[in-house]
Ligand binder design. Structure first.
Ligand code: SAM
Length: 263
């Protein structure tokens, strides 16, 4: 979605970093507080996801950290059966309300409140058994504890043969952001900054395409990398001035099962 001007790292109330001024470090409490009383995001589909999905035949999709559900709803309106999962009940309530207000066929858009760590466990909710033709994660980044690597690796295993995995992540703080508020604060307990794959990487909260590929560690015999790049887009900063956002995009396709009898 288009209004990611404050994350990851800012306190929804104070603009400070988690752990400062009493901001909760517990992930669910942190995200519930962020979603608060009124809509958080623009309600528009993520433009990168839209461009990618336009080129894929609709099937089943899973959106990791779906927030208020705009991406799931966009997919559902284009013929996908999409499931969105988010840790924040407030976000899921809003997503479901938007779905109910639109004329969507029953079951096209489903929303589940869950910590996505369930993906790493043997017993998963029925909606998350897969396989999915598309697994997408837009800005699945967090200033508080998030087992991102294990969740994304588990999510990759749910991609169907010939299906796609799309990760769109903040590659840098927005051009207008306070750099202090966006720095990893490794001294804070539970900070996602500990979840790094490169010990020498200074801004692992802003993964490069190579960071993402290393983090996933997918078998190249099984996966084809279609895109691994940073894309810069111009946008409008909250104060109305021109701004810039850098996104790391990684798009992978799981190779299809080879036809039998071809050897
Ligand atoms: C930066 S927001 C992105 C939201 C949405 N994908 C978008 O593009 O607007 C990250 C989302 O991940 C969710 N999240 C963080 N940790 C999670 C976890 N362990 N399980 C499920 N969702 C989580 C948050 O609640 C939040 O909605």
């Amino acid at each position: 979605m288009s209004t990611h001007g404050e994350q990851p790292g800012q306190n929804p109330q104070t603009g400070g970093t988690p752990g400062s001024s009493g901001t909760p470090l517990d992930p669910q409490a942190y995200w519930e507080a962020l979603y608060g009383e009124s809509p958080r995001w623009s309600g528009n589909v993520n433009a990168i996801l839209a461009r990618v999905a336009e080129d894929i035949l609709p099937g089943t999709a899973l959106d990791l950290g779906c927030g208020e559900g705009a991406d799931v709803l966009w997919l559902a309106h284009r013929g996908w059966h999409a499931v969105g999962v988010d840790i924040a009940q407030g976000a899921i309530i809003r997503a479901r309300a938007t779905a109910e207000a639109t004329e969507l066929e029953e079951g096209r858009a489903q929303f589940l409140r869950s910590d996505l760590s369930v993906l790493t466990q043997e017993r998963r909710p029925e909606e998350l058994t897969g396989p999915f033709e598309l697994v997408t994660a837009s800005y699945f980044q967090s200033p508080v504890a998030l087992d991102r690597q294990r969740i994304l690796q588990a999510a990759a295993s749910l991609v169907a043969p010939s299906g796609h995995l799309l990760l769109t992540s903040h590659a840098a703080a927005p051009s207008w952001a306070d750099p202090e508020a966006w720095q990893p604060h490794d001294d804070e307990p539970g900070h996602a900054g500990h979840d790094h794959t490169h010990a020498d990487h200074q801004h692992a909260d802003f993964p490069t395409p190579q960071d993402e590929l290393t983090m996933l560690s997918l078998d190249p015999h099984e996966w084809e990398t279609l895109r691994a790049e940073v894309v810069t887009r111009t946008t409008t900063a909250p104060d109305g001035s021109p701004g810039q956002l850098d996104d790391t995009i990684v798009l992978l396709r799981r190779r299809g099962i080879p036809a039998t009898g071809t050897r």
